[in-house]
Design a protein around this ligand. Sequence first.
Ligand code: PGA
Length: 263
Amino acid sequence: MSGSSALFKTDGEKVMQSSKIERSGLQIDVFPTREEASAAAADEVEALLRKKDSVNLGLATGSTPLPFYRELVRRHREEGLSFAQMEGFNLDEYEGLPPEHPESYDSFMQQQLYAHIDARESHLLPGIYQNAEEACRAYEEKIVEKGGLDWQLLGIGGNGHIGFNEPGSPVDSRTRRIELDERTRRDAVKQFGTLEKVPLAALTMGIGTILEAKRIVLMAWGAGKAGILQKALQGPVTAEVPASFLQTHGNVRILIDEEASQG
Ligand code: PGA
């Protein structure tokens, strides 16, 4: 890129709908707003629901997917889109939080999505468990038994994590218990109120688990994500930036807004 640090910027050209940039086998689509980008992700899900008898979606939490879930719920309510053949598999869950805890990802998914649509089933890793290895093995087996993930949604953490695969997570890592990075815990203070309340660990699908999804869509919004996106999508493929492993997958789409495109 000449003269500019912007990885995705289209040479000052005003982006009206979306601009497409191919890089390292990644399709990167830049939209004026996160709502328009989220609608593009919803279009993919809708196409799958209209085509297949059974659709397994890998789903993410955090602030990033909120406009995407809003759009799915809107299509269900206003357009009658049915999710009856959909099963969702969440990426991760905080250790120690029961499903009814307001900050559990189970609660998040109920509030943002499942309470409002007719999905067949929701699968989540447990926050409370006897044996982490067994719980993680059972989750992997469930994904395989259901036929694998058709479509996986991802956000990206400020440290490059996907799911809770923190820096250092190997490309072949499977679903497992992981201790959360200091950076990740600090980012979660806005939800939990204080750092002490943020769990120290989580269960997460592994990088290897995620990369087995047939298609992966990563979304990111705002200038705060521009730097890490640049590292993940243009930098070396390295466990230090777990999202960089997406460069090796071959069927990944990156949906970002203009602010996130200007590193
Ligand atoms: P965010 O988190 O959607 O709240 O920015 C993304 C992540 O940590 O994966």
